[in-house]
Design a protein around this ligand. Structure first.
Ligand SMILES: [Zn+2]
Length: 469
């Protein structure tokens, strides 16, 4: 059986500024090396200024993961030389003088299993290295320091996972949780990264680094377990080492250099005092903690009678649960929830689409209302939805513009049905033997009315014309 532990690096992307300076935490919008200052560039003499909100948001994460939280936090220097780290040390946390990191001994439920969280620490992200060039000889490495100093939480789990699938489930739950807390946008490139350690029974622990996405993490763990099992079967020793994930070849490869904790020569960061987090602050944070995903889900089911499956999908996604909360009322909640999960999620399935969408909660409640009161059909509602998302016009305007008004006038509908019956003589004959064919004819009527015909009325009029009743 395999044992897997994870180290997740999650950027606090929702913050205004970096961890120790006023530069923007949202570094992605800048030209290379323009979101920098003497502090994040590590110019000698520049002093760090701790971002209070970063400490609060990280504490919120610790609380949401059921961690113990400290009364005092301390920062440490982790010394190493690397081009992406202009100071030659990274400011991070370490629990050597008691527990002084943001949180420890937490837990999170993944399906029926509890995954223990060993600790959470707050630290700064280094800069970014960009490799250019065709091959080893012509390769050029560029450095962009815009990211240097971005607030990051490192979440370290105990080796409680046994399968790559459990790892994947955990990552989904964790990224939903961070999104729900409004501390991070896990969908942003590089916002969530992870290292994994993997061992199988009787073998040494192998660390896998450089895994760029959660999707690859599952693959990397799977590859590593298979590799180790294959060695064990052939009685070859599994050595303790660090391996890198090769994104191109989708395999892990041995890292040439040994990376061990002792080499970092950690010491206390004397430029930042120990910070007290008193009970008042903790209580306030707790009181303003966003409702958890599981509690939202329960509320959706018990209060609005939404099915557990729909409630689960809705509650797990911050964007859509907000849309739901703002569009629903006492009577339409179930329909709003269904419209979001069946129609809207498919239309707004990427970040870009959500950002440019003009759909408001009012549009959504109007749509549900119009379907309920038979003003438009569900098929027309879909057309209207497309338009709303594009141009944000009012539903009334769109119904007029596109002539989506319901055809529920008996005479008008009867005329159309007569036309269809004339055109579809073969189907009419078949329908006499097989009543199921009627649905085909309903479809034809819908086509002719561009989805505007009242389906129930159409069916009943068709049956009458065919002498079915
Ligand atoms: Zn800066």
């Amino acid at each position: 059986m395999a044992k897997i532990g994870l180290e997740i690096h999650g950027q606090l992307t929702k913050l205004e500024s970096k961890l120790f300076c006023p530069c923007k935490a949202d570094y992605r919008q800048f030209e290379p090396n323009t979101n920098i200052c003497p502090i994040c560039m590590g110019i000698p003499g520049a002093l760090p200024l701790l971002n209070r909100i970063a400490v609060e948001k990280a504490t919120l994460i610790a609380m949401a993961l059921d961690c113990k939280t400290p009364n005092k936090i301390a920062f440490f220097r982790k010394n190493y030389f690397y081009p992406d780290l202009p100071k030659n040390f990274q400011i991070t946390q370490l629990n050597v003088y008691g527990n002084t990191s943001i949180g420890w001994e937490g837990k999170i439920s993944v399906a029926d299993k509890v995954i223990r969280i060993r600790r959470i620490q707050l630290e700064e992200d280094p800069g970014r290295l960009i490799y250019e060039g065709a091959n080893e000889k012509t390769k050029v490495t560029l450095v962009d320091y815009n990211r240097a100093g971005t607030p990051l939480v490192e979440i370290v789990t105990e080796p409680d996972f046994e399968t790559p699938h459990e790892v994947r489930e955990f990552l989904n739950i964790l990224s939903d949780l961070l999104e729900n807390l409004n501390v991070s946008d896990p969908g942003l490139e590089g916002a969530m990264r992870a290292d994994a350690n993997v061992s199988i029974e009787g073998g040494s622990k192998v660390e896998i680094k450089n895994i760029g996405s959660f999707h690859d993490l599952e693959k990397a763990v799977h590859f590593e377990i298979t590799r180790q099992q294959s060695l064990a079967e052939r009685k070859i020793e599994i050595v303790q080492e660090t391996r890198h994930w090769d994104d191109g070849r989708k395999i892990t490869v041995s890292a040439r250099t040994k990376e061990e904790e002792a080499e970092y020569r950690y010491h206390l960061e004397a430029d930042i005092p120990w910070i007290r987090i008193n009970d008042d602050t903790k209580n306030q944070l707790q009181a303003h903690m966003p409702e958890s995903i599981s509690s939202k889900k329960e509320r959706y089911v018990s209060k609005y009678g939404i099915t557990s499956q729909v409630a689960d999908i809705l509650a797990s996604d911050r964007y859509f649960s907000e849309l739901f909360e703002n569009a629903k009322n006492e009577t339409n909640a179930k329909d709003v929830a269904n419209m979001i999960t069946t129609d809207i999620m498919g239309l707004l399935d990427t970040r870009e689409k959500r950002e440019t969408s003009k759909l408001s909660p009012e549009h959504l409640s109007d749509l549900v209302e119009c379907i309920k009161s038979n003003k438009i059909t569900r098929a027309s509602a879909k057309l209207a939805l497309d338009e709303i998302i594009k141009n944000g016009k009012s539903l009334e305007q769109i119904i007029n513009d596109l002539d989506l008004g319901h055809v529920s006038d008996k005479e008008e509908l009867s005329d159309i049905i007569t036309q269809v019956l004339n055109e579809e003589a073969k189907a009419v004959e078949d329908a006499k033997l097989n009543p199921e064919i009627v649905n085909f004819l309903v479809g034809k009527v819908m086509q002719k009315t561009r989805g505007k015909a009242d389906p129930e009325l159409t069916l009943s009029l068709l049956k009458k014309s065919l002498d079915f009743d």
